[in-house]
Design a protein around this ligand. Structure first.
Ligand code: NAP
Length: 370
């Protein structure tokens, strides 16, 4: 597996993170086949020598190692477990590594199904953002042990600098969700601080410097608050993805009857941001929730959407087929917000059920229509 020249790698999902990560694998000399839902996002890699595959299964069929970096748990489920998914197509003994931030339970399901199919599969979400992906300095969070990952270590090291082994399937995802709830609360913390600084007519940059030299700063305030102040709301890391992550964490907490009040607050705020048009903005657009309505509108938000009637199914859809959770289209199962079907039990936003547990009726993108 460590022989660069003979190891075939497939990469599915060449978006903001995937394209950069796949680029490092390509640069290291591996033969790389790529697939993405829209081919345009793979063009850069194709121009650099990658081979295009029309479907995830076609990408996976000859590969020794398959990476996936898609958006939501529903995407992961489709790519792996559909009848034409990579699990059926993969060679015996292949390694399937999911880099997406996704559901711990789904990671366990994929691991178990892979074992039956004589294939290795583990979750390996990442942290470090677009900058880390571009620099090849991501932190990798493995739902596997050192021995399990050893055969693919040289490939992981093309884009990851620190590896944390959490040993069990799904545990990488759980650890990543811990990181995400902390990140989300840190973001709420710095957004509150900047609003208070403005109200007090303080130099906001100086306040950030103060926070950085004291105990009030965070990775989020160091890397994202300056973008908020500069009015740079490009993603980076899309608000709809952080909402998905916090919703997944709330779902896990709900299952364990654990209250996460910080995550509840952060979810409510990121959900509002997504509802009013900020789904595909960078997470740093959170500060726009504190801005004058006119300033928020100039940045592309529309507060009137918050009061819009929910679509017939009571979901966060804007009613025109576009989901308020990030613009991914509603298909047959009408799934949204993190990967769960809208059915009779009407679950949304990462899978937490309505009406029970952490007050999700209030906090969900369904405008309280539980
Ligand atoms: P992104 O730009 O939306 O990338 C996701 C890619 O997956 C898109 O190019 C999408 O294609 C593709 N895709 C989705 N479903 C697919 C399918 N069934 N078959 C083939 N391709 C499919 O998002 P991202 O920022 O790279 O994030 C990806 C994941 O990493 C998310 O789970 C996110 O939470 C996590 N993450 C992001 C960051 C960050 O800073 N951005 C950091 C750490 C972790 P189309 O767009 O063409 O539909």
């Amino acid at each position: 597996m460590s022989n660069t020249h003979s190891t075939k790698v497939a990469f599915i999902g060449t978006g903001i993170m995937g394209a950069a990560i796949a680029g490092h694998i390509l640069d290291a000399g591996y033969a790389l086949t790529v697939n993405n839902r829209s081919k345009e996002k793979a063009e850069g890699l194709l121009a650099r020598g990658a081979t295009w595959a029309e479907t995830p299964a076609e990408a996976a069929k000859d590969a020794d190692v398959v990476f996936t970096m898609v958006g939501y748990p529903t995407d992961v489920e489709e790519v792996y477990l559909a009848s034409d998914g990579v699990l059926r197509a993969a060679k015996k003994g292949a390694y399937l590594i999911d880099l997406t931030t996704s559901s711990p339970q789904l990671a366990r399901d994929i691991h178990d199904a892979a074992e039956v199919a004589d294939v290795h599969a583990f979750d390996c979400p990442v942290t470090g953002g677009q900058a880390g992906a571009e620099a090849g300095t991501l932190t990798l969070i493995l739902g596997a042990g050192e021995k399990d990952a050893e055969p693919v270590l040289p490939i992981l090291q093309t884009f990851g600098k620190k590896l944390f082994y959490f040993d069990e399937p799904g545990a990488g995802q759980t650890a990543k969700l811990c990181n995400q709830v902390s990140l989300a609360s840190c973001m709420v913390g710095y957004a509150d601080a900047l609003a208070l600084a403005e109200q007090g007519h303080l130099d906001a940059h100086k306040v950030l410097d103060l926070m950085a030299s004291g105990t009030g700063g965070s990775g989020a305030s160091a890397s994202l608050a300056p973008k908020s102040l500069d009015g740079d709301y490009k993603p980076g890391f899309m608000a709809e993805h952080l909402r998905k992550d916090v919703a997944l964490a709330l779902r896990s907490a709900q299952d364990a009857e654990l209250a996460l009040p910080g995550a509840e607050t952060a979810f409510a705020l990121f959900d509002t941001l997504c509802q009013i048009g900020g789904s595909r903005m960078g997470t740093q657009a959170l500060t726009l929730l504190y801005a004058e309505e006119g300033d928020a509108a100039a940045a592309g938000l529309d507060w009137s959407l918050l009061d819009a009637e929910p679509a017939e199914d009571g979901c966060c859809c804007g009613g025109d087929g576009e989901c308020g959770c990030g613009g991914h289209g509603h298909e047959d199962g009408h799934e949204c917000c993190g990967g769960h079907g809208h059915g009779d039990d009407h679950e949304c936003c990462g899978g937490h059920g309505h009406g029970e547990g952490h007050g999700s009726g209030e906090h969900c993108c369904c405008h309280g229509e539980a």
